[in-house]
Design a protein around this ligand. Structure first.
Ligand code: UT7
Length: 325
C-alpha cells in the first residue's frame, strides 16, 4: 500500500524578537497577563522587506537538505498561508522559482488559516496516494504580523511570523496497518457559519484593503478545545489507536491553555506534547511544521514514533493528521 512518508523537515524564524515586555510599552498589556492567559513569552517578527516567500524558501531548503533531495526531485509544492506576498500569484510559485524547480511540477497555495498546514498535508497526501505526485514540499509560512492592528491588545499579543516545511515522499512498502511509516490518515472539517468569530476585516472583493485580524477570543477558545479533541479522537478511532500509543502530540500553537486542555481531555501526558508557543507565539499555518522541526532537531521525535497533529483556525476550519515518523 502506498503511504506518504515525511523524509525531512525544516524551519525558519526571523531574527527580530518581540518580547512581552516590549509589547507592554506599545499597548495596554503586561508580561504577566500574556504569559498567564496564553503561555506566550515572545514572538519573531519578519524584518523589513522579508516576505512570506523568503521564509518559506529557507524552510523548504532546510527540509530538502534533511531529506537529501534537490529541487529537481520535487514534483509539487503545497504552501499553506494566509499572508501571501501578493494577492496573486500564489506564494508557492515564488518558492518554486526561488528553490530552482524549473520547467517541472506545479505549485499552489492553500488557505485554511491556522489549519492550513493540516489541509496542505492532507492535499499532498491525497495527490501522492492518487499517484499524481511522487515527492512534494508541504509548507506553512506566515507573515502574520502584517495583519495585526497594533492598537488591539486582544489580538496583537498573540501572533508571530515564521515558516516550516516538510518533504513528503511516496513509499509503496506500506502494509495498510497502523505500523506503516508515513501519514496514516488525515481528517478535515470546516463550519462556515462560524466565520465571523475569527476573520480579517478586509480583502480584494470587499474593502480592497488587506485588513486586520479580528477575533472573539473566548468563543474561539471554546470551539478550539472541543473541535480539536473531536478531530484527535476521529484520527485515533480511524486507525484503532489508543492514546497511550501516541508518542507526540504536535498541536497548533495558539494558546498553552488550549493545548493543555486538549491533552488533558485525551489523557495525554504533558511530557508527550510538543509546545513551542512560548517562543514562537501563534504563527498560524507555520506553527505545526515549526514545532515538528524543533522536536526533530532536538532529538525528541524519532523514527517509528506515532505523531498526532491537530489544528483549528478561521473559517472555522479544523483537522488532524496521524503519522508514523
Ligand atoms: O489560532 C487560531 C485560533 N485562535 C485561538 O485559538 C485563540 C483563542 N482564544 C484565546 O486564546 C483567548 O481567548 C485569548 C488569549 C485571546 C484571551 O484570553 P481570555 O482568557 O479568553 O481573556 P478575555 O478575552 O476573556 O479577556 C479577559 C480580560 C478582559 O478584561 P475585562 O473585560 O475582564 O475587564 C480583556 O479586556 O482581559 C482583558 N484583556 C487584556 N488585558 C491585558 C484582553 N487582552 C488583554 C491584553 N492584556 N493583551
Amino acid at each position: 500500500m502506498r503511504r506518504s512518508v515525511i523524509t525531512g523537515c525544516g524551519s525558519y524564524l526571523p531574527k527580530k524578537v518581540l518580547t512581552n515586555k516590549e509589547l507592554a510599552t506599545m499597548v495596554d498589556t503586561s508580561d504577566e497577563w500574556i504569559l498567564q492567559r496564553t503561555g506566550i513569552q515572545q514572538r519573531h517578527i519578519a524584518g523589513e522587506g522579508e516576505k512570506t516567500s523568503d521564509m518559506a524558501t529557507f524552510a523548504a531548503q532546510a527540509a530538502m537538505k534533511m531529506a537529501g533531495v534537490t529541487a529537481q526531485d520535487i514534483d509539487a509544492i503545497f504552501l499553506a498561508t494566509t499572508t501571501p506576498d501578493n494577492t496573486f500569484p500564489a506564494t508557492a510559485a515564488t518558492v518554486q522559482s526561488n528553490i530552482g524547480m524549473h520547467d517541472k511540477g506545479f505549485a499552489f497555495d492553500i488557505q485554511a488559516v491556522c489549519s492550513g498546514f493540516i489541509y496542505a498535508l492532507a492535499t499532498a497526501d491525497n495527490f501522492i496516494k492518487a499517484g499524481q505526485v511522487k515527492r512534494a514540499l508541504v509548507i506553512g509560512a506566515e507573515h502574520f504580523t502584517s495583519l495585526i492592528d497594533w492598537k488591539d491588545r486582544t489580538t496583537c499579543v498573540l501572533f508571530g511570523d515564521g515558516a516550516g516545511a516538510v518533504v513528503l515522499e511516496a513509499n509503496d512498502n506500506g502494509k495498510g496497518t497502523k505500523d506503516d511509516r508515513g501519514i496514516l490518515s488525515t481528517h478535515l472539517h470546516s463550519q462556515g457559519e462560524l466565520r465571523s468569530l475569527l476573520y480579517v476585516d478586509g480583502g480584494p472583493s470587499s474593502t480592497k484593503t488587506v485588513g486586520h485580524v479580528r477575533m472573539n477570543g473566548k468563543e474561539v477558545f471554546r470551539h478550539a478545545v472541543t473541535r480539536m479533541s473531536e478531530a484527535i479522537m476521529e484520527a485515533m478511532r480511524a486507525n484503532d489507536v489508543d492514546p497511550s500509543e501516541i508518542k507526540w502530540l504536535v498541536p497548533h500553537q495558539a494558546n498553552k491553555r488550549i493545548i493543555d486542555a486538549t491533552a488533558e481531555k485525551l489523557n495525554l501526558s504533558p511530557d508527550n506534547v510538543v509546545v513551542t508557543v512560548a517562543q514562537h507565539g501563534n504563527t498560524s499555518a507555520a506553527s505545526i511544521p515549526l514545532a515538528l522541526s524543533v522536536a526533530v532537531n532536538d532529538g525528541r521525535i524519532q523514527r517509528g514514533d506515532l505523531i498526532l497533529m491537530e489544528a483549528m483556525g478561521g473559517g472555522l476550519t479544523w483537522g488532524a493528521a496521524l503519522a508514523r515518523w
